[in-house]
Design a binder for this molecule. Structure first.
Ligand code: ATP
Ligand code: ZN
Ligand code: MG
Length: 302
């Protein structure tokens, strides 16, 4: 068993994660959620100077808007779609017969207007764009969504369904870069406040296919993505618990986000992987929050 799988088994044995029988899909205990809620409230406090507009989304988003985001070009392997039965009584009987005989009953399922949200910031760009040109100074959004990624794993830190909290900056390139740098500068402070060994490093997204390698290399060369890495499942290979992304004018162009002078807005986001951070806390401080260092408990109001 890998390090990560062993840590997952411990979390399950301690009752912090509840097994569903699908890798990467877990229920959470009250203790897990208390830590999550403390972390969530602390993220609000450390972001208060952003004076961000709050947006909260359900786990699913508009399929047309998802298509327009280009996600299927970069990450078709990760996307989750929502399909439903739309047939008549005859087709219903056929479906039940398939289930009863253990055959595939899903072939007739039809795509709905919704897909599962891949990253918390995706639903917000079209909503902002629909308001018209941004105000001078742009916008800052505090967003949270349950996210889905089809990456089943025995590493408990690689979930299929998880919560992502983000601060998103929309504005001139220099506004977005200043915002991202400010959060990158804060990264060691965040690690220290949680009592966690954290390092920041340049990163890339797992772009699909042969052209994916080129896209990943170019993303790295341009310094578009950084991660806050903390050992969670594996001691040797630390896990990305936060990311600091500069999208340039990608979403601005795709969604028609404009600045008062008519130019296209740039965007960037700072994302917190909520479950990963909670698991990092359990990994480094033990499974009983009452015994955690007083400073960490104070940070998390535990
Ligand atoms: P990784 O390199 O580990 O796959 P990522 O680069 O795909 O992470 P992002 O797309 O930047 O991650 O997502 C923002 C944050 O969401 C990450 O920093 C991480 O904390 C969290 N996250 C991403 N994928 C998962 C997952 N499968 N399970 C739990 N949290 C995740
Ligand atoms: Zn984002
Ligand atoms: Mg990933």
């Amino acid at each position: 068993m890998s390090d990560a799988a062993a840590f997952g088994a411990e979390l399950i044995k301690a009752g912090l994660l509840l097994e569903t029988g699908v890798p990467g899909l877990y229920g959470r205990s009250g203790t897990f959620e208390a830590v999550h809620d403390g972390l969530d409230a602390w993220i609000t406090r450390i972001g208060v100077a952003e004076r961000a507009e709050i947006m909260r989304f359900p786990p699913a988003m508009n399929r047309k808007r998802f298509e327009a985001s280009g996600y299927m070009r970069g990450f078709p392997q990760l996307a989750g779609t929502i399909h439903c039965f739309c047939g008549d009584e005859r087709e219903h009987r056929a479906l039940l017969a398939c289930i009863e005989t253990g055959q595939d009953w899903t072939a007739g399922q039809k795509a709905t207007d919704a897909v599962l949200t891949p990253a918390a910031c995706y639903p917000l760009y079209p909503i902002l764009a629909a308001r018209g040109p941004l105000p001078p100074g742009g916008a800052t959004i505090d967003v949270m969504s349950w996210c889905y990624r089809h990456e089943p794993s025995d590493d408990p830190a690689r979930l299929q369904s998880f919560r992502m909290r983000e601060y998103v900056r929309i504005g001139r390139p220099e506004d977005v870069l200043e915002f991202r740098q400010r959060w990158l500068d804060q990264a060691p402070v965040i690690g220290a406040a949680l009592g966690l060994p954290a390092l920041t490093d340049l990163a890339n997204d797992p772009f699909f296919g042969r052209t994916g390698k080129l896209k990943a290399d170019s993303q790295r060369e341009q310094g578009l993505k950084f991660e806050l890495l903390i050992p969670v499942g594996s001691a040797e290979k630390p896990t990305a618990c936060m990311s600091f992304n500069y999208h340039q004018d990608l979403f601005g162009t795709l969604c028609g986000l404009t600045l008062p002078d008519g130019s296209t807005a740039h965007t960037g986001c700072v994302g917190f992987g909520m479950e990963r951070l909670v698991m990092a806390l359990f990994r480094h401080h033990g499974f009983t929050p009452a015994t955690w260092p007083a400073a960490v408990r104070a940070t998390l109001s535990l």
